[in-house]
Design a protein. Sequence first.
Length: 592
Amino acid sequence: MSRVFYRCQLLLCLFICTINNIGYAYSNVDIKIQSQNDFDGLASSINTALSNGAKEIIVKIYPGTYYYNDNHIDMSGKIYPDASIIIKGNGATLVAQGIKHYTTDSNWTSFSPDNAILSEKNNIVEVWSPWYQTNELIDVVATNSKLCRVKNISNVSNISPTGSYIQITSWYQSYIYKINRIEGEYIYFTADNLAKGYREGWNVNNDYNYGKCYPRYRLANVQSEDNNFYISQDGVEISGSTRSIYECNATRFLVLGYETNLRWVEIDGVLFVGNSYKGELGVFSFLSPHGKAVINNCQFKGIQSSRVISIGNKNNVSVLNCQFEDCSESGIISSLGAENTTISNCKFVRCGTDMKNSFCVRCFGVDFHVGHNTFEDFGYSAIGIGCGYGNKRSSRISGVVEHNMVRYTEDYKKCKDQHTLMDGGAIYIFTQNDDTEIRFNYIDGYTGMKDNRGVFCDDGASNLKIYGNVISDIDNSYCIDSRRVASVETQVGPSNVGNMVYDNIVDGTIKIEGREVVGNGCEYGTNYFLVGLDKTKPINVINNVNITGEDIILNYTGEKRGKVGVSKTSYNRIKKSSNWDGMKRFVIKKIK
């Protein structure tokens, strides 16, 4: 009996040791961040925990402001497929590292418009003047040196010895040049990228060449009554109550490199303020195809980089319940190779307003989902999908864009010349798509200098289902534009195939043009038109479609309070639509 008892004790000890070992292997590690020193050592603390076998690392950042360096947390080369890292902000603010310059400091020897400038309260300091529209074309003074000059229609009187800049719109792009001098009634600058542009003009005059409107420009770090920021020999001149300013020169906070292998990475409840433009980088770079990444309940303000979140070859990235505000260029870019990107319940306000070809969200991977978001007062486009003109087809591109609110406010529309570009779409679709659906979105008031569509299928976009959308107040172009551009076929193969437009509610015209072959898969189904009390039928452009549906005229009352108002008769008619259930959120309001 004693021998049996001994064996039982031995087995029990082995069992307890095994349980303890399993418990250690799957233990949680809590990392508390309560000071800048703690925050500086965050990457080291995470790596130590991973090396010791931690499977769930929970970082708790206490309320306060912390400054991060470039690649503050770099997980490149870290292979821990069973480990998770969760960072909880608890109201913490993370600011890109930089240098503080006070108003009495005259030692600021350089200035770059690529860096966000913050006040002592972490508010964004606007370094650019208002936009000015010229009353004549920009002169190319010397083609060899690329020297140009623009009429000085501002009241600028002096440029800063630390560097002053001019930004000029160019059709659907915008470029920044350093100012050489002010002489007479002209501002001189060197356009490093000077080239023959659209319709035999210079690229500095493309606004005029395309839209027949004179170019626009704005100025940074010049002395004038219209500019609230200027670096003089005696220090920094800032209007208002700001007593000191802070220049951000870091860009990226978190990197998941191509070879990173972690089970789960999550960032929750953090406010990110300001950073610096450094090429195609963002606050987050997700590149690894392994594991999942979630950004939840975070805010991004005044981000200066070319995008806030960059998703490269990464699978299963979700951006949920986040807010993007006053970010210079794009919000989220999900590239070819990315799979299962989800962007949901987010809000984008005044993003992409630096007059560049940027998108609040752009997805051209596989099985993306962009849904239940709000896009307000953006510069070029709210949502861009697909792969662009001239790119050889290399992978499948598919996804769903649904239940998004896309709008310009009335105040924003009044100053559209200062914020918007030409030749765009609130939802912009590039050439290559597979099985992509645009459905149940509400688009209202999108406008600009010229040719701004509600949904724009550019450059022969293909394989689209566009249905159940409510699109109103598109004042200078089509509500839906699926145009035929045959020249793209020399680059990417057959285009304008498989497009279907049906069950949309619009107050303007629709264009859909299929490829000139039988069986191209293009269909124009029944669509509903809000044309006012006169019941004038819209003049749509419908070419080369296999099926042509009915145009149904709805009695539109002109009322809009988040929904468009129609008469009782029209309301009852639209309820018979096959997609009524999906349209209920952004749909029609019945007026008795």
